[in-house]
Structures are given as structure tokens and as C-alpha cells.
Write a protein that binds this ligand. Structure first.
Ligand code: FAD
Length: 457
């Protein structure tokens, strides 16, 4: 059915079309980053793949900007736009697990919390992010870094298939065997190639983990970062861990008189036999006196929601990111200068390890190119008051300027800002040419451009 007007689109879809003036429009146009205030012509809350097809066709035929929104966490706010169409997948969240095959199929709008809970019922998991409200969609398509990365690779390394609505409104299945070039591009290339209505993942036996945060005084920064660098270089792959600068939130495990003080923390997650957990993190616990810790055995989904309360929807966000091969002493000095200035309890800097299983995959095997980097850093500015935007954005920029000279040119697309478009080629190194070709094959008109954009060539 041709849907050249919004009313025709309303009549054609099973889901809801929310246009300007409709009840709930202001809520529907909002994304997670409170700094973003855009007014699309309509948000299509899709009920299924056919609705996605109708919305893609409508946007293309009318020459409108088109945003895809899964979990809505995009820091540059790619999940909304001015005057165009938003494909909102928040009603498409089913996760079906096949425990025998150790696979899971998640609809395009599922969050990691939903995914982890469904897989955990069978004692299974795959690599996802560290916050449960983040979307499976955006995170996986950009790569996907989390606690299990060293053991099982990136989220996209665990992707075995995807149902995709392409720019011409066709529904295709991409895997190693069908549309293999599209499948290659989906694994790291972001939302450039179509709307993924279902993701199929490989799962692994992970039920309970041993982990959580340990807080150290700031005078231990050098020791913490140097020890982390040494330990994580060849720790067993069951160990995921990252250092973080963190203002102490008012939580019971932190002495009350230290709430609001800034610390360097190590957050760890031992996904092997939980009884071996204390030994696995001993090298961290021995670095310096631990001021506070909440490290224990817990279900895997629990560590993936442990920090949710620190990052509620609606905060102001500005982030910068780099890949890093070696965490040099000079880089550690830069962290020691800027990390302690972290301005707000929700803001942080993390150094995620991307060695281990990530290095088992060759740089050309998927779109995610930085298989020779050992770390992905993110300087994540998140705060409540818009009046602090200038000062807190400046903290991120200054920190980034100081650490970038000790980093690779590219960074992880999912941690980057809207002003990082000129770094796209660097993010993909030798894979960029092939990405541009696949883009030309599947989206020659660049319909899917509300993203870290790869232009068709
Ligand atoms: C609080 C917070 C914590 C985070 N933690 C992590 C982490 O631990 N590890 C990590 O790797 N990243 C993390 N990120 C970054 C995260 O991966 C990106 O923000 C990602 O884009 C979020 O995906 P989403 O679906 O929630 O976002 P959305 O804003 O919904 O989507 C972002 C973009 O992804 C694409 N997209 C999303 N879904 C689809 C789909 N179904 N089909 C096609 N394209 C789609 C679109 O281009 C869209 O514009 C975090 C972000 C936040 C804000």
C-alpha cells in the first residue's frame, strides 16, 4: 500500500503514529540524552517488521530524515530528528532463548536488561553493555563492549544472524551464508545499513559472577592504573575489569563521611567459577587500602544493572572516546591530571579492555577494525543541570585533548560525540572502503544517515 501521507501511514501500521499535536508527542520525541530537543514530524511506534517497512518506505518516498531508535541511548541523539520520521522499536522487545542450541533471538528494540534476564533463566549470557537500559540494537551494531568482552569477544562477534529492513523496504536475512557483505557491515558499522528487526546471538554458560566496584584514594591513581595495565594484559579471559574515576554516591557500602568524595575505582567481573573470584581480583585488592567495596557473588544480570541508578534517563550527556594500544606512563599522567576533576556523580571515565577474544578475530573479518587495540576509553560526561553544560563539556574536551596524543586516531563509534563525524574513517581504518561499498549496495541514497555516517561510494 502506498503511504504518501501521514494519515495513510497511520492507517497502514499496526503500531502507533505519534505526530506533533498528538497526545504523548513530547514524551515520544524525547531521547535518553536530555540535551537533545528535536521535533520530528512523527514517531512511529512499530508493532512489527511490516510497520518498519511502511515507515522506511514513507520516509524514503517523502525525502524525510529517518532516525532509528532502539534503546534510545545514542549520546549524539541519533534516535530523533527535526522534521523527519523516527522508527521507534520500543514495542518490539521479545527475547527468545533456545537453551539447547545456546542461541537467542532478540527483537530490535530489546534492552540488555531484557536480554540478560531471558538468557539467565537458562544459565546463559553473551557480551552486552554494563547498563541494563542500553539497547541491544545500537550497542551491538557499533561493536558492543562489556564485562564478558575478554572471554567471548564483542557483542557483534556473537551475532550469528539478523533480520534487516533495507532502504528499499525489503526484508532480508543476513548471516555468514546470506547477504554476507551486509552481515559483515552490521558487525561494527552501526545503523548505516538498515533497520535490524531481530538479532540472533550465540550464548555462553555464565550464571553467577564474582565482581563489583572497589574504591581507592586518589593518591593511588598511578599504582591502580599501572597494576591494571599489567594484570589485564594476560589475566584469564574470565576476568573483565575496568578502572573508573567516580564520585562516591550515597550508598551503604561507602562510609557516610566519604559520600561525595572522588575516588579511583576498579570495577571487576569474574565470570569463571565464583569460588575462584577472590583470587582473580586479589591483585587489585592488594594495590592499596580499599576505602570501600561491593564485590561479591551475584547473578550476571545484577552486575549489569548495578550502576543503572547513577545514569537515569534525561541527564545532559557529552562523551569522547579513543582506542588505545598501550596505556603508557604518559597517558597515566594525563588521566591523573584530569580524572580527579570529574564534575558530577554520574560522570566518569572508563578504560575497557578489548584484548582476549576480541583479538581472536582478524581486523578484516567484521567491520569493527581496531582488533589490535587493547583498550577502549570513554570520557562520559553526564550531569543533571543544563546550567553546567559549558563547564562539564569543557571537562570532557580538556580530558580528551590530554589523552588523545597517547591514543589511536580512531575511537569506538558508540562512545563518540556528534562532533566526531570527521573521525569516521579513522574509526574503521582499512575497513572503511568496503563499508562505503556495502553502503552503496544497500543504501545508495543514504536514507540511514542519522548515525556516525558512512557515505555510499
Ligand atoms: C548510560 C550508557 C551506558 C552505555 N554503556 C555501554 C557499554 O557498556 N558498552 C557499549 O559498548 N556501549 C555502551 N554505551 C553506548 C551505546 O552502545 C550507544 O549509545 C548505543 O548507540 C546505544 O544503543 P541504543 O539502541 O540504546 O541507542 P539508540 O539511540 O536507540 O540507537 C543508536 C543508533 O543505533 C542504531 N540502531 C539502534 N537500534 C537499531 C536497530 N534495531 N537497527 C538499526 N540500527 C539501530 C541507529 O543508528 C541509532 O541511531 C552506553 C551508552 C549509555 C548512554
Amino acid at each position: 500500500m502506498a503511504t504518501s501521507t501521514l494519515d495513510e501511514l497511520r492507517a497502514a501500521v499496526r503500531g502507533t503514529v505519534i505526530g506533533a499535536g498528538d497526545p504523548g508527542y513530547d514524551e515520544a520525541r524525547r531521547v535518553y540524552n536530555g540535551m537533545i530537543d528535536r521535533k520530528p514530524q512523527a514517531v512511529i511506534r512499530c508493532a512489527g517488521t511490516e510497520d518498519v517497512v511502511a515507515a522506511v518506505n514513507y520516509a524514503r518516498e517523502n525525502g524525510l530524515d529517518l532516525s532509528i531508535r532502539g534503546g534510545g541511548h545514542s549520546v549524539p541523539g541519533f534516535g530523533t530528528n527535526d522534521g523527519g520520521i523516527v522508527i521507534d522499536l520500543s514495542q518490539m522487545t521479545a527475547v527468545k532463548v533456545d537453551p539447547q542450541a545456546r542461541t537467542a533471538r532478540a527483537q530490535g528494540g530489546a534492552t540488555w536488561g531484557m536480554f540478560n534476564d531471558a538468557a539467565h533463566e537458562h544459565g546463559l549470557a553473551t557480551t552486552g553493555g554494563i547498563i541494563s537500559t542500553t539497547g541491544v540494537g545500537g550497542l551491538t551494531l557499533g561493536g558492543g563492549i562489556g564485562y564478558l568482552t575478554r572471554g567471548f569477544g564483542l557483542s557483534c562477534d556473537n551475532l550469528i544472524g539478523a533480520e534487516v529492513v533495507t532502504a528499499d523496504g525489503k526484508v532480508v536475512h543476513a548471516s555468514e551464508k546470506e547477504h554476507d557483505d551486509l552481515f559483515w557491515a552490521l558487525r561494527g558499522g552501526g545503523g548505516n545499513f538498515g533497520v535490524v528487526t531481530a538479532f540472533e546471538f550465540r550464548l555462553h554458560p555464565v550464571e553467577n559472577i564474582y565482581g563489583g566496584p572497589m574504591f581507592f584514594e586518589l593518591d593511588a591513581i598511578g599504582d591502580v592504573l599501572r597494576t591494571y595495565r599489567e594484570v589485564i594484559a594476560d589475566a584469564p579471559r574470565e576476568l573483565g575489569a575496568f578502572p573508573a574515576f567516580q564520585i562516591a554516591p550515597p550508598l551503604p557500602f561507602i562510609p557516610e563521611n566519604r559520600h561525595g568524595d572522588t575516588f579511583i575505582a576498579i570495577v571487576s567481573c569474574w565470570a569463571g567459577d565464583p569460588k575462584k573470584g577472590p583470587d582473580a581480583v586479589k591483585a587489585f585488592r592488594d594495590i592499596a587500602p580499599v576505602v570501600a567495596e561491593h564485590v561479591d557473588v551475584m547473578p550476571y544480570p545484577a552486575i549489569n544493572s548495578a550502576f543503572d541508578a547513577l545514569v537515569p534517563a534525561g541527564l545532559q550527556h557529552y562523551w569522547k572516546a579513543n582506542f588505545v594500544k598501550e596505556l603508557t606512563d604518559e597517558a597515566i599522567e594525563a588521566h591523573a591530571e584530569h580524572g580527579p576533576k570529574v564534575p558530577y556523580v554520574s560522570s566518569t571515565m572508563h578504560i575497557y579492555p578489548i584484548n582476549g577474544a576480541v583479538h581472536d578475530v582478524t581486523p578484516g573479518a567484521t567491520a569493527f577494525a581496531y582488533r589490535d587495540a587493547n583498550f577502549a576509553t570513554v570520557i562520559a560526561g553526564m550531569w543533571e543541570n543544563p546550567a553546567d553544560n559549558a563547564a562539564n563539556t569543557q571537562w570532557v574536551k580538556d580530558y580528551y585533548a590530554a589523552t588523545a596524543p597517547h591514543s589511536e586516531e580512531g575511537g569506538y563509534i558508540n562512545f563518540m560525540a556528534g562532533d566526531d563525524q570527521d573521525r569516521i574513517k579513522a574509526n574503521y581504518k582499512d575497513n572503511y572502503t568496503r563499508l562505503a561499498q556495502v553502503k552503496k549496495a544497500y543504501d545508495p541514497g543514504n536514507l540511514f544517515h542519522m548515525n556516525q555516517n558512512i557515505r555510499p561510494a
